[in-house]
Structures are given as C-alpha cells and as structure tokens.
Write a protein of this length. Sequence first.
Length: 202
Amino acid sequence: MTRRYLLSSVANNRIGVLPAITGAIHELGGDMQEASQTVMNGLLSMVLIADFAKERSPEVIVDHISGVARPFEAEVSVRPTSNNEDQPENLTERFFLTLHGDDTPGLIRQVTSRLAAESIEITDLYAVREGVGQPVVMVFELAVPLHTDLGPLRGELEGLGNPDGLTVELQHESLFSVQSIPRPVRLAKAVGSMPLGPEEVA
C-alpha cells in the first residue's frame, strides 16, 4: 500500500540541486507522479506529487530530502493529498488567457477575482517581465465549466487592455497559439500539436 504526498521545496538554484532532491525521493522508494519547477531570482521552487510506502512518515521524508539537499539550503515541506482518481470529474473546457504589455498594480488581482466569480479554475499560470522597465507576459491556462457564458467575461477581460500598452485575449485551446511567447513546459506541451510558426521550423 502507498500513500500520496505533495512535496514543495525551495532551494538555491545551482547545478546538482534537482538530482539531489529527486535522488533523495528515489532513496526513500518514492514514485513521482507529477512535478513542476521554476527558477526565480536565483531560487529554485519545485512542487511535486509522489507515492511512498504507507509506513513512510512525512517527518522521515522531509528529514531525508532536507539532509541530502542541505548544500543547496533546501527548505522542504510535505502534506498528504488524495489520488485524482478519487475526485469527481469536472466537465470543463480548456481556454488560455494571455496578457502582454504594460503592467499595472492590481492587474493579476482583477483578473483572478473575475475568473473566480465565474467558477473558472486557473490550472497553470506563467508570468515574466521581458526586462527592467519592459512589458510583462502572462499566460493563464483555464478550466472553464461547460455552458459558461463567455461573452460578457471575454469583453470585460479584454477591456482591461488598451491600444497603447496592454493586449488581453481569451481563446479556446483549439485556437490558442503562443508561438512568439515564452512558455513553461506544461504550456508548451498543451500546444505542441499545433502547427509551428516559421520561426520554429527547423
């Protein structure tokens, strides 16, 4: 029997940090199911789900991973989580919301609050500034409940944009293209089956 845990770790981003963390999980007999990691300001942030033997306590998991990754000053936490197979299926469609241009204070709060009001789940979020004083790029991956009236929502969200500084676009996954926008692995995979733009053809 196994027990599923969600592990999160923040560590100094240096060569060898990922082998240390994943190696420690392997030494504990853990079976990784899903992982996501990013680097911000010299720190690596990683969240993963793994199955461990039922007798393996959370304290042992944290202590072992923290010990192995001590050279990277890793901070590790763990919490039990359920198997997705036990969750009721939500009938949704996948959409992508993209914002590109001048950032304004409270922009993410406005967007996320409006999505929450429509019971729309944000399943992935990627945001990066192109440079100091440069435009920001945001890509939201959304799970939109079937039969949601997107007309008013699309108008309101796209109304956040302006001709001079910010563009906002909400698209169904069948229409979405991020060929010119940097994106994390999961978002790249989401659109990997779409035709490549000229700049991506080898």
